[in-house]
Each structure stands twice: as C-alpha cells, then as structure tokens.
Design a protein around this ligand. Structure first.
Ligand code: FO1
Length: 307
C-alpha cells in the first residue's frame, strides 16, 4: 500500500518526486512514469522519463539539466559523431550503460517494469517506479512543417519549434496491473507539475485509469506559471492546440479527475464551475527545500479532505 502515488514525466515532475522522497519513507511512495517519450536510438531502448526519475532519486541526476547523469562524459557520442552517426540526442557514457543493460534485459524477455525494478535496486532507489505500460505507447506530434514526429524528434531534434496540429498516442492501450493496483490502493494520487499533454495524458488515457482515479483523492500541481511553462514546451503546445496557457486551462483538462489544483501565487481563478478546488502557493522549485515544502503542502492539502 503506497501512501502517495505520483504521476510524473519530464524534468518538472521529477523535482516534485524528489520533494516527496524527502518526506516519505521509500515504501510509502510510488511513481507512475510516462513512457510516451521512449524511443529506440542507436539500436537501444531509451526511456528518458524513467531514467530522469531514477537518477533523481538515486542522487545522480545532472543538477541543472535534470536529465542525464551529473559529471557524465560524452566520448562515445563524439565517436558516433566521427562516424557520421546521429548525435542530436546527447547520450553520456555512463547513461549509455543504463540503455545497454535495459535493452539487453528487454531483448531477453524481461518486462520494462521488471528491468526498472532491477536498475532501481542496483542504484539503491527504494521507491517503486512503475512504467505506465510494459509495451510501447508512443507520443506522436502531427506538425504543419515536419509531418508526424516522435517526441524526441519534436522536443530535442527540432527544439519543439514545429507548429503543432495535434498530438496522438500510438501502441499499447493497457496500463500494467501494477499501475492499476497502485492507483486503486493509493491514499493520495498526485499529478506532478508535468506537461498535461505529453506526460499526464499518456497515463490517464490508458484503459481503466480514469475510472480508478474517479474514486481516489487526486491533487495536481499546475506546470504553467503565469502563462508560461517553466520548463519545456507546455505553453507553446497549449497555444498551438487552441488553449490559453493558464492554470484554468490545466484545470479544464483535468476536469473530473482532480479534486484540487495547486497553482502559483496569483494564478488562481474562479473554479466552482469546474468542480475543482484551487490552492495558491509558491510552486517554483529551485532548491531541495522548495521541493520538500511544495510536496509537504500537497500532502497536507491532499490528506486534509481525505476525511
Ligand atoms: N533533452 C534535450 O533537450 N537534449 C538532449 O540531448 C537530451 C538527451 C537526453 C538523453 C537521455 C535522457 O534520459 C534524456 C535526454 N533529454 C534530452 C531529455 C529528454 O528529451 C526528455 O524526454 C525530456 O526531459 C522530457 O521528458
């Protein structure tokens, strides 16, 4: 039974996960991680959001970037580049070991859930990290200038500049049994301040997830601060998909799923017609103390109404 189950994707999500890891015993925290960003590159299965959360909880994550390993070197990347191979996606030498071991385990028949547990155990990560699916479920961006792009081609190779027509998910529709069980048993479910379209939606649109969440206490943290995404492409995506990049728009997207939305001071809005409560606080997480404080506020607000 996990006290808190947090849905996370991207760098912003991992920050709040770090905050909860400061507050809770490892066995009290489960992270359900988006795998829509995953792709095969250099013949290896890359799972960026799983690695970002795992490295963060292991204390190994690159402190500024949030992704990749602190102090990693890129000698393999330089050699790939010398051979004329693709170097737009920067894979560090030690990061490569994760992709090699994961890819070999998957080829040998392990599930992504099992190999994630193995990697976490090896790095001393006590929290449970659950990929949303064991089979691939790709996020695909339909753009006006480059046609259909995978997440990493859109986000990294083209620096999320192509104009979006639509976003869709291809592949698996089923969450893992472990994901459904974790959600069903959670005392509190948290949507981390991740991109609603490409980190949270891939998880909540899986078969059966919405139904389970409707019976849970769910608190979300808005990733949009004063109309601009702190990290990544959320505000640009929202504009191109016809939504105003605001906390109210995030509340509309989460309608019926979320009981409380935690927003940045000053981003509050009249929420009664949306059936969601709004709590204003400082949501910008620069230091570990910021992350811990925000997690504590979410926990307190979450358990308040537990009743
Ligand atoms: N993001 C970038 O903007 N540039 C990169 O070269 C890059 C490499 C990379 C390598 C491994 C990894 O786990 C993540 C990496 N990311 C990179 C971040 C990645 O695009 C993630 O998908 C984002 O953090 C959003 O989830």
């Amino acid at each position: 039974m996990s006290r808190v189950v947090i849905l996370s994707g991207g760098v912003g999500g991992a920050k709040l996960v770090a905050g909860f890891a400061e507050l809770l015993a490892p066995e009290e925290l489960t992270v359900i991680v988006n795998t829509g960003d995953d792709f095969t590159h250099w013949g290896l299965r890359i799972a960026p959001d799983l690695d970002t959360v795992m490295y963060t909880l292991a204390g190994l994550a690159h402190s500024e970037q949030g992704w990749g390993l602190e102090g990693d070197r890129f000698t393999a990347l330089a050699m790939v580049e010398r051979y004329g191979g693709p170097s737009w996606f920067r894979l560090g030498d030690r990061d490569l070991a994760t992709h090699l071991v994961r890819s070999e385990a998957l080829r040998a028949g392990a599930t992504l859930t099992a190999v994630t547990a193995r990697l976490c155990a090896a790095l001393g990560v006590g929290q449970r990290l659950l990929p949303m699916c064991d089979e691939p479920r790709r996020t695909v961006f339909d753009t006006t200038t480059h046609g259909a792009l995978s997440f990493q081609e859109y986000f990294v190779r083209h620096r999320f500049q192509p104009v979006l027509r639509s976003i869709r998910f291809e592949g698996a529709q089923e969450p893992t049994e472990a994901v459904l069980a974790a959600l069903a048993e959670a005392q509190l479910v948290v949507f981390a301040p991740s991109n609603p379209y490409v980190s949270i939606d891939p998880i909540v649109t899986l078969r059966g997830v919405r139904e389970v969440l409707e019976r849970r206490r769910v608190v979300a943290v808005s990733p949009i601060v004063r109309g601009a995404a702190l990290k990544g492409a959320a505000a640009k995506m929202m504009l191109e998909l016809g939504e105003d990049p605001s906390a109210a728009a995030v509340a509309r997207r989460y309608r019926g799923l979320v009981d409380l939305l935690v927003v940045e001071e000053g981003d509050g809005f009249a929420a009664d017609e949306l059936g969601v409560q709004v709590h204003e606080t400082s949501t910008i997480m620069r230091t570990l103390a910021d992350k811990r404080r925000l997690a504590a506020e979410v926990l307190e607000r979450g358990e308040d109404q537990c009743g």
